[in-house]
Design a protein. Structure first.
Ligand code: HEM
Ligand code: HEM
Length: 286
């Protein structure tokens, strides 16, 4: 039950991240000026930017509700302490994220709060993906054998794995800085090159050492997606930040939105590859 629910929650959160990106990209952040209600009601007329902002709020409420249900289900199922802590901290994160969303509206989108909100979303997504992974029956079987994937402890893998994951997060932070202040784009581009190199080295070593598809598949996806992310970033730059870029148009909305969502997916894939690597997982995680 916890596993199924957390899979659904991960999928719903992914949609929510995309919707959040649409709110920012369409400039609809202040389309609904009040919070927690929307124009004093639960369902305002869905016109203009309200469509994006209110849909984001409704889906966020569903995500919050599902996270609360998960707290209850782990209480019923006899799960280990780490899973219980993961569920409780995910719930804490979603509450904080909701409050930040509300605060950014009430204070008229100050950059620090919007950036915090933009960075916490992917962290919450990772915690839910981790939850779906560690509660899966396959993870249990693999954990009992000490893991079947690439050996995380050999070839300096832990260092590269952690550095690559941290760099993806730094990129999310720097990307949010560019998005909400228009500043430091060249730091973000420089960071992208470092993240790209780290991920490529990590993925190739993982594929070389991997004995099972369960780690090879997400590692390969990670390697391919970082290339896609690069092109989406160039698109976002060309259609939004380059001098003479068009003031309107679908590309101006979609490139940054997909770029932002794929950033969160990259971070989640890093977490998944680490969790599936040999010697990292253990029965104690259950
Ligand atoms: C609970 C889970 C939530 C998640 C995972 C989430 C995620 C996101 C993401 C990823 C963005 C895009 C940020 C960016 O592109 O820089 C965003 C934007 C936004 N979200 Fe949320 N959000 C959540 C809840 C809420 C709630 C409850 C509100 C309430 C009003 C809210 C209001 C906003 C606003 C106004 C923006 C646009 C900010 C801006 O343009 O500066 N969010 N959200
Ligand atoms: C590993 C590579 C990269 C990652 C993980 C990454 C991640 C991100 C994320 C998550 C955001 C949005 C943050 C938010 O919504 O608050 C962002 C914004 C942005 N990124 Fe990247 N990025 C990468 C590479 C690049 C590259 C190569 C470029 C090329 C110039 C680029 C250009 C941009 C621009 C222009 C924005 C702001 C978009 C806007 O103003 O709406 N990114 N990045």
């Amino acid at each position: 039950m916890t596993h199924r629910l957390s899979q659904i929650l991960a999928l719903l959160t992914f949609c929510l991240l995309f919707l959040g990106g649409l709110v920012t990209s369409t400039g609809s952040g202040l389309a609904v000026p009040d919070w927690p209600l929307s124009y004093g009601t639960l369902f305002p007329p869905m016109v203009g930017g309200v469509r994006f902002e209110h849909t984001h709020r409704v889906v966020a409420s569903l995500v919050g509700l599902l996270s609360l249900i998960l707290v209850a289900t782990v209480g019923f199922e006899k799960r280990g302490k780490p899973v219980r802590w993961l569920v409780i901290s995910s719930f804490g994160l979603v509450v904080l994220q909701g409050i930040l969303g509300g605060l950014t509206v009430l204070h008229k989108l100050p950059a620090p709060i919007s950036i915090f909100h933009a960075c916490l979303g992917p962290i919450f997504f990772c915690s839910v993906v981790a939850l779906a992974e560690v509660t899966s029956p396959e993870f249990g079987r693999v954990a009992e054998k000490g893991g079947v994937g690439a050996d995380l402890m050999s070839h300096r893998q832990p260092l590269i794995a952690i550095l690559a994951t941290c760099f993806v997060f730094v990129q999310i932070l720097l990307g949010a800085l560019v998005r909400h202040t228009g500043e430091r784009i060249w730091f973000h581009v420089g960071g992208a090159v470092i993240a790209f190199i780290l991920i490529t080295v990590w993925v190739s070593r993982t594929l070389g050492a991997s004995e099972s598809k369960s780690v090879a598949r997400p590692a390969l996806f990670l390697g391919l997606l970082v290339v896609v992310e690069f092109f989406l970033g160039i698109g976002a730059f060309a259609f939004k930040r380059l001098e003479g870029a068009p003031e309107t148009g679908l590309a101006r909305i979609l490139f940054p939105t997909f770029h932002q969502t794929v950033g969160a997916l990259l971070l989640a894939l890093c977490v998944l590859v680490i969790l599936r690597s040999k010697n990292f997982v253990g029965p104690r995680l259950r």
